[in-house]
Design a protein around this ligand. Structure first.
Ligand SMILES: Nc1ncnc2c1ncn2[C@@H]1O[C@H](COP(=O)(O)OP(=O)(O)OP(=O)(O)O)[C@@H](O)[C@H]1O
Ligand SMILES: [Mg+2]
Length: 363
């Protein structure tokens, strides 16, 4: 069978950088044939972070940031083509998520910055972008949407599985042995641990969770953090930096004395407890973790303990390394758009019916 090559571009709530993949979907397995990653340069990251909250002249600044993003996406696509030794003509489309700066489905709003027209111009490849807004228009949360990909490639295994993506925000996909698949955001993944590591260590993240492992989780503080109403909401639900941000954390720490290391340990416990509480009723036999959180050994150990007797490993065991699953999902969404196939997110985002997601910017 001839190759069906699609590129996927993902830059998530962590604001760490751009994940890019080139995938061949012609076989039964999604075959990743090239990958590229680039951290955001410091000035773009700082601006994207500022654009998460209201500010001066933000419409114009958002458009300029979107142009800078498209340039950075274009650079990653060129890296993929070089890495795979293929031409732009061989790639059927790029699925580009864009950079979320607001996620308020309750207001009918989710905003992903991107200049898809510029990306099509820069690459000479069709770009499919803006996947979330149609889902919101159809009454959905607009997020998470990667569970549709998890269902297509990791589901129907005859086993009861969960796929956990631990990015800035964490989301779970419940793949039961039989019956309906569902998925939802569980709450913070790395976002709070990242901001605490930046504040106290001056680093982008707590590598391997060593800072967290140097402290002790504070049971009172953990209970206080778990009082957040989002955790008790029924699915469908999604969240972002709109809720889980520095102001949220500082408000809860104001009346609490804990050492920086103990706070970090508690934030790690918060991710673990909110995930474990949310998926407990699924009683899955196996859990596969993807996203940057899969590299945090302390987090993985605590997750394994909290989810026992389920077996916890990374999606590498299913053929796609943890770092690339979300980007592969957007390459797949581009393919589904090109094939004219609406996506069923009714059990995931709560959309009222299947919808064709994304918008095409021809090469
Ligand atoms: N070695 C590591 N140790 C601890 N944490 C790590 C390590 N490597 C990556 N991370 C964490 O993973 C994060 C990046 O994860 P990822 O790229 O999956 O998140 P994201 O960009 O928010 O994506 P998405 O929104 O698609 O889930 C980093 O911010 C960091 O917290
Ligand atoms: Mg990322």
């Amino acid at each position: 069978m001839s190759a069906a090559l699609y590129a996927g571009l993902m830059s998530g709530t962590s604001l760490d950088g751009i994940d890019a993949v080139l995938v061949d979907f012609s076989g039964a397995q999604a075959r990743v044939i090239a990958t590229a990653y680039a951290p955001f340069d410091a000035s773009l990251r700082a601006e994207l972070l500022l654009l998460q909250t209201p500010g001066h002249d933000e419409l114009a600044r958002a458009s300029l940031a979107a142009n800078a993003l498209a340039e950075a996406y274009g650079t990653q696509v060129r890296a993929l083509l070089r890495g795979a030794g293929v031409t732009a003509q061989a790639v059927r489309a790029i699925g580009a998520h864009g950079q979320t700066v607001r996620h308020r489905p309750d207001l009918g709003v989710t905003i992903q910055l991107n200049n898809a027209a510029l990306l099509a111009e820069l690459t000479g490849i069709d770009v499919i972008a803006d996947f979330r807004s149609r889902d919101v228009a159809a009454g959905g949360q607009g997020a998470p949407i990667a569970p549709a990909f998890h269902r297509a490639y990791f589901g129907a295994s005859g086993r009861s599985r969960i796929v956990l993506n631990i990015g800035g925000i964490a989301n779970a996909t419940i793949l039961p042995e039989t019956g309906r698949v569902f998925g939802f955001d569980t709450g913070p993944g790395n976002v709070l641990m990242d901001l605490w590591a930046m504040r106290h260590l001056g680093v982008a993240y707590d590598a391997d969770g060593t800072f967290a492992a140097s402290g002790r989780s504070d049971a009172d503080l953990l209970l206080r953090l778990l009082e957040e109403p989002f955790f008790a909401l029924p699915a469908p639900k999604s969240t972002g930096r709109d809720l889980f941000n520095a102001a949220w954390l500082d408000e809860r720490l104001a009346s609490h004395r804990a050492s920086p290391a103990n706070v970090q340990a508690t934030l790690l416990s918060l991710t673990v407890a909110s995930v474990a509480n949310a998926v407990a009723s699924a009683g899955a036999q196996e859990v596969f973790v993807c996203g940057g959180g899969a590299h945090n050994q302390t987090l993985m150990q605590h997750l394994a303990a909290a989810l026992a007797p389920a077996r916890v490993e990374t999606t590498e065991a299913l053929g796609i390394p943890a770092d690339w699953v979300e980007a592969v999902a957007f390459a797949w969404l581009a393919q589904e758009h090109c094939a004219g196939r609406p996506i069923d997110l009714m059990g995931i985002t709560g959309a009222r019916a299947n919808r064709l997601l994304g918008c095409r910017y021809p090469a």
